[in-house]
Design a protein around this ligand. Structure first.
Ligand SMILES: C[S@@+](CC[C@H](N)C(=O)[O-])C[C@H]1O[C@@H](n2cnc3c(N)ncnc32)[C@H](O)[C@@H]1O
Length: 285
């Protein structure tokens, strides 16, 4: 196992321009309206009516509303990016990315968390975070790292295994501007989450639906080993949106016997997100 902090892949120069990368990656969020119109044209009015009849009024309305929410959330994400001089939005498919890991098949697409969702989750953490290192497992284009920099963490790091997303992240960490930023010690590491050894400091370990259970089990074991070696404050924050990953993640974390769950408020339905995120916050005991 390598210590990811030692890797040469930590923040360096841009290898490829972002324009080249953006031509290569498959972003499902762009062109959603055009795709819907094209599909409607292909089907024609009769088939469309037939589909609507089969799914019923409720099903059809839910489908339409889901698409509107996707488009709205994407617009919010892109506006946030513009305001802060970065590119963190999109719905990037892992199949179009360069990933040198046996765990590629277990990874979830890159989709950033919304600012309202993230701020709501952080409310469950201690008020003073100045001794904690924040780690995002599956950091994507580093939206979460940038959002975390609003709080006074000692250090913020992200682990991401897709080469192109790491390039976006390096660009984003360099160009990000926000008057509210409090932590400026940010780092992105190109590594598989299972190879990453957490630092021996107080920790906030963040997961936003990054990978399947098989990978999470290994990551959790590494965390437990590190806590065995150095006992310290540690929080795991687990968020899941489209999958019900929080259910199996909660069981695995609590069954370890090493964490207790902190009571949290149910997540409201924020306008800048497609659906309300389900989450749990766990404190090492
Ligand atoms: C849902 S996205 C999270 C995005 C990020 N937290 C943000 O807020 O923008 C999941 C990310 O996890 C990454 N990922 C999946 N499996 C991984 C693994 N084994 N090691 C490192 N990164 C992984 C994917 O490439 C993807 O970027």
């Amino acid at each position: 196992m390598t210590h990811a902090l030692d890797r040469k892949a930590a923040v360096g120069g841009l290898v490829t321009s972002l324009e080249e990368i953006s031509l290569k990656v498959h972003d499902k969020s762009s062109g959603r309206i055009a795709r819907a119109i094209r599909r409607a044209r292909e089907l024609g009015p009769l088939k469309l009516l037939d589909l609507a009849r089969r799914h019923g009024i409720k099903g059809s309305l839910q489908f339409a509303l889901g698409n509107v929410r996707h488009i709205a959330a994407d617009r919010f994400a892109r506006r946030w990016d513009c305001r802060h001089g970065v590119n963190t939005s999109g719905s990037i498919q892992l199949s179009s990315l360069t990933i040198d890991s046996p765990n590629k098949a277990f990874g979830n697409e890159c989709l950033c968390i919304s600012p309202n969702t993230f701020d709501f989750v952080v409310e469950s953490l201690p008020g003073d975070l100045s001794s904690y290192t924040f780690i995002d497992f599956g950091a994507g284009k580093s939206r979460t790292l940038l959002l975390a920099s609003r709080f006074n963490f000692a250090k913020i790091a992200g682990v991401e295994f897709a080469k192109e997303l790491v390039e976006y992240s390096k660009h984003n960490l360099r160009h990000f501007k926000a008057e509210w930023q409090r932590c400026h010690n940010l780092e992105i590491l190109e590594a598989d989450a299972t190879e990453y050894i957490v630092p021996a400091t107080p920790l906030v370990l963040f997961f936003y639906n990054p990978f399947k259970r098989e990978v999470f089990v290994q990551v959790l074991n590494n965390i437990l080993t590190s806590l065995d070696n150095t006992k310290r404050d540690c929080f795991i924050v687990y968020c899941s949106s489209s999958h019900n990953a929080i259910d199996w993640a909660r069981s695995l974390i609590l069954d370890s016997g090493r964490f207790e769950e902190i009571p949290t408020q149910p997540m409201p339905m924020f306008l800048d997100t497609v659906r309300a995120v389900r989450f749990g916050v766990f404190r090492a005991v």
